[in-house]
Write a protein that binds this ligand. Structure first.
Ligand code: ATP
Ligand code: DNN
Ligand code: MG
Length: 229
């Protein structure tokens, strides 16, 4: 089994859509896939969160969430304001281990960017370290992403974590100058390959469209290497 952490340079960069695309690609390769969202915020108890989006787009049914809080804030802040218990690292590692015992691949999507506090003194850096998992960084494609992405990769590298690849969360149909330059500058400046790009609009696709197209959004050899662990 293989566990891969999916983080991003920020919130709303497309981690969930990219996670769904990776899941669909792995399923297309004949693998069984589970997706874990350790902490969901901004959703009420019965509202569809990121995992529902992954299920809708990729058809994945093995979905596990460890905690959720109602306000759209960093999990630590949301938990404090809600007076609810914060998620514990052991909860996350236990949930992932259980999923990994029954699936070829487990994708673990963070909340926001890599330094967002999932709980007091707990970030996705700690989660990826505890899971000994490679990390995929989902990045914006436009102006500003060079700084955000390099900061994220440096934070991962500083903890001895492997950044397996960068995925552009939403690639525009008509990329502007900065976006076109970033495609080449991102790997040059971070030392990490840009392994794929999810086309803008993918989140609005039907499941058949999404699942049939997703494998083409990634470098095939990179995916094979990623999921083989
Ligand atoms: N490639 C895409 N095509 C269409 N919509 C997209 C794409 N990527 C992201 N979006 C939209 O942008 C919004 C944010 O995307 P997404 O939920 O994937 O961000 P995120 O990084 O997972 O955020 P969070 O930190 O809350 O988990 C969503 O409404 C999503 O549908
Ligand atoms: C609510 C949102 N969708 C995410 N789940 C949480 C994002 C927290 C971002 C915190 C920050 O970096 O300022
Ligand atoms: Mg998300």
């Amino acid at each position: 089994m293989t566990v891969v952490v999916v983080t991003g340079t920020s919130t709303d960069v497309g981690k969930t859509v990219a996670t769904a695309a990776l899941a669909a690609t792995a399923v297309d390769a004949g693998l069984t896939v589970a997706v874990c969202k350790p902490v969901q915020t901004g959703m009420g108890a019965d509202e569809p969160g990121d995992l529902a989006e992954v299920g809708r787009l990729a058809g994945v049914t093995s979905l596990v969430e460890c905690a959720r809080y109602p306000e759209p804030l960093a999990p630590e802040t949301a938990a404090t304001r809600a007076g609810m218990p914060m998620v514990a690292l052991d909860d996350i590692t236990a949930a992932v281990a259980d999923a990994a015992a029954r699936h070829d691949l487990v994708l673990v999507e963070g909340a926001g960017g890599v330094l967002v506090r999932l709980a007091t003194d707990l970030t996705m850096l700690d989660v990826a370290t505890a899971l000994d998992a490679p990390v995929v960084v989902v990045a914006d494609g436009g102006l500003g992403t060079l700084n955000h992405t390099e900061l994220t990769v440096d934070a991962l590298r500083g903890r001895g974590l492997t950044t397996a690849g960068i995925v552009i969360g939403s690639w525009p149909a008509e990329p502007d100058l900065a976006t076109r330059c970033n495609r080449d500058d991102l790997p040059r400046l971070t030392g990490v390959t840009v392994a794929g790009a999810v086309p803008a609009g993918a989140g609005a696709m039907t499941r058949p469209e999404f699942c049939s197209q997703a494998p083409s959004w990634f470098d095939t050899e990179w995916v094979t290497g990623l999921v083989s662990g």
